[in-house]
Design a protein around this ligand. Structure first.
Ligand code: ZN
Length: 368
């Protein structure tokens, strides 16, 4: 095992963030660079791992194992790569892998595949096909490129150390990757299929993680004679209806409160107080502006779980109708809504059919 792994982490990444270089950005549970560090260690393929960076102070604070060296990088990527080659020469490496710290998503399997292919080749480079169609511009003319023949090169790229060193030391121009050096001299490269998930992080948007929130809602209304019963926005035939300033629809009120809870926007009473304006208001009218705001703020609903607590009416009899109505009201697929009926063993007001209660849990996600 005479393999050496170089992680290039000297870039300033101005397109990413004004203050933090992307390789040191905290993504999920660690800094982006540490995905490459950990995978290269865990692959057990490397004698030494060399990080080339312009933020020595920050990296030296980390307690990396002894097999990791950290050195100062150059201005351009190709400068840093050459600095790494010059530094490693004294160890007389047989093979060298060069990797951009901005690609945290490669797999150890890819490392092993590259290593295996390097046994019979002097240069191994993973590539993927483009998802977009590609045009090529020469002066003012634009040409179509056959997408199936356009190779997008990724890192890690691996080489016989000696060959790469000799090419890099001669090169006077800045190059984007080590494969370029080989291609310029018409040296053979073994291209292997890379990994679609092994994308390069360029913009902050590339790693934005959707945020999920939960909200809870509860409501109870007294049942009274001579009133229509509304549940989930539809009229249900029953001996009584729900008393209230509005139509008393406990399901819609609990949903509204759950949404307000998940988005930290207080409660339904804040928006619909018991004033003349809202006297006898139908509950879909209360829910609609709240749901519109939710979608306008780029939230989407993952699921809605409802407990309707009453002796009667039987929930099973109206379940489909109620779910159908809620689905239309909040523009959510029926299979994302669950409605459970819960009786209370004839206990208390609810047990004596004098009230109906409802509780709701909602899960929502924001993607921007
Ligand atoms: Zn209510």
């Amino acid at each position: 095992m005479n393999n050496y792994f170089v992680i290039l982490a000297a870039g300033k990444s101005k397109r990413f963030h004004k203050d933090i270089a992307k390789q040191f950005y905290y993504f999920k549970n660690k800094e982006i660079i540490d995905y490459s560090v950990e995978k290269s260690i865990n692959s057990k393929l490397f004698k030494k791992i060399l990080i080339v960076t312009n933020n020595l102070k920050h990296l030296k604070k980390k307690r990396y194992p002894k097999s990791i060296s950290i050195i100062k990088g150059g201005k351009e990527r190709s400068d840093s790569s050459l600095i790494a080659l010059k530094f490693l020469r004294k160890y007389k490496p047989k093979n060298i892998f060069i990797h951009d710290a901005a690609r945290p998503n490669f797999s150890i399997r890819l490392l092993k595949k590259i290593s295996k292919n390097l046994k019979k080749n002097t240069a191994v480079v993973p590539t993927v096909l483009s998802k977009d169609s590609i045009k090529y511009k020469i002066k003012d003319q634009v040409f179509n490129l056959d997408r199936k023949k356009a190779l997008l090169t990724q890192t890690p790229q691996a080489f016989r150390f000696k060959e790469l060193y000799n090419l890099a030391i001669k090169e006077k121009n800045k190059v984007n990757d080590e494969a370029t050096l080989f291609l310029k001299e018409n040296y053979k490269i073994k291209f292997i299929s890379g990994e679609n998930q092994n994308t390069k992080i360029t913009y902050l948007e590339d790693i934005k993680i959707p945020k999920t929130y939960f909200g809870i809602g509860f409501d109870i209304h007294r049942l009274v004679k001579n009133k229509n019963l509304y549940l989930g926005g539809i009229k249900i035939p029953f001996h009584s209806g729900l008393e209230g300033h509005s139509d008393g629809d406990v399901i819609l009120h609990a949903i509204t409160d759950a949404i307000l809870g998940a988005t930290k926007k207080k409660d339904i009473g804040t928006y619909f107080p018991n004033t003349k304006t809202f006297k006898n208001i139908r509950s879909p009218k209360m829910l609609r502006p709240i749901i519109n705001n939710l979608y306008k703020s780029n939230f989407s609903i993952n699921n809605l779980d409802i407990n309707l607590i009453c002796e009667k009416p039987k929930v099973s009899k109206y379940r489909d109708k109620i779910i159908n109505s809620i689905s239309k009201l909040i523009n959510l697929k029926k299979n994302q809504i669950n409605l459970k009926g819960k009786t209370v063993e004839k206990l208390g007001l609810i047990g004596k059919e004098k009230a109906i209660a409802c509780e709701v849990i909602i899960s929502i996600t924001k993607y921007d």
